[in-house]
Write a protein that binds this ligand. Structure first.
Ligand SMILES: C[S@@+](CC[C@H](N)C(=O)[O-])C[C@H]1O[C@@H](n2cnc3c(N)ncnc32)[C@H](O)[C@@H]1O
Length: 191
């Protein structure tokens, strides 16, 4: 079964957790990956990796460099992800718990790339856990469907991001995504 069909089937099973009927486009991923350095061995932590459409773009961008850790809560999607992308370290866990575990093991990351439902960014424990993991100069990229920006929980998430990070930049609308999306890139966690 293709990644798109696997993912859409999981959306039908669990729409609130899966959050989108279609995978994020390569164009949106490339904008989210802009903070990644072109040289060296960066560490990418992907949150809410799904069936691997976004992981494929991260793998292409890393081209064998660094380390790619992908967290996915849904065990069916996590197992598809492991099979399709043997170069990715797949963690089947809740994002905040997985981040706490990585921090406890002394891991630091250059980019947290999140396609998790935007409502999770409203949760301070999520933002603190992501901020703690970032290397100096590291960034958090959060993908968000543009239409959701009018919703109260998305506004609350944007406020929480602005409180948790010194620099928060929202991209132009990416029309080559279904539905159109924006990417929020946050740097320099406060405190
Ligand atoms: C919008 S989909 C993104 C999938 C893929 N990365 C993409 O962009 O096409 C969100 C994914 O996050 C996962 N997810 C939702 N809540 C999560 C959580 N608390 N921790 C880890 N993964 C979660 C869902 O199972 C789903 O696969």
């Amino acid at each position: 079964m293709s990644d798109v069909l696997t993912f859409t089937r999981e959306f039908i099973r669990s729409p609130w957790t899966t959050a989108s009927p279609l995978p994020t486009s390569a164009t949106a991923c490339e904008v989210a990956l802009e903070p990644l350095p072109d040289r060296g061995d960066p560490v990418v932590l992907e949150l809410g990796a799904g069936a691997g459409a976004t992981s494929a773009v991260v793998q292409r961008r890393l081209a064998g460099r660094g380390r790619h850790i992908a967290v996915e809560l849904n065990p069916r999607l996590a197992s598809v992800l492991s099979l399709r992308h043997p170069g990715v370290e797949v963690v089947c866990d809740e994002a905040v718990d997985a981040m706490a575990d990585l921090a406890a093991r002394g891991v630091t990351v250059d980019l947290v790339f999140s396609t998790l439902p935007i409502s999770l960014a409203e949760d301070r424990s999520f933002l603190v856990a992501a901020g703690r993991l970032l290397s100096p100069g590291g960034a958090l990229s959060q993908v968000q469907h543009s239409w959701t920006r009018v919703l109260p929980w998305a506004k609350a998430a944007e406020r929480a991001l602005a409180e948790a990070f010194e620099e928060v930049v929202v991209s132009r609308t990416i029309w080559r995504n279904a539905p159109p999306a924006t990417i929020t890139i946050a740097r320099r966690p406060r405190g």
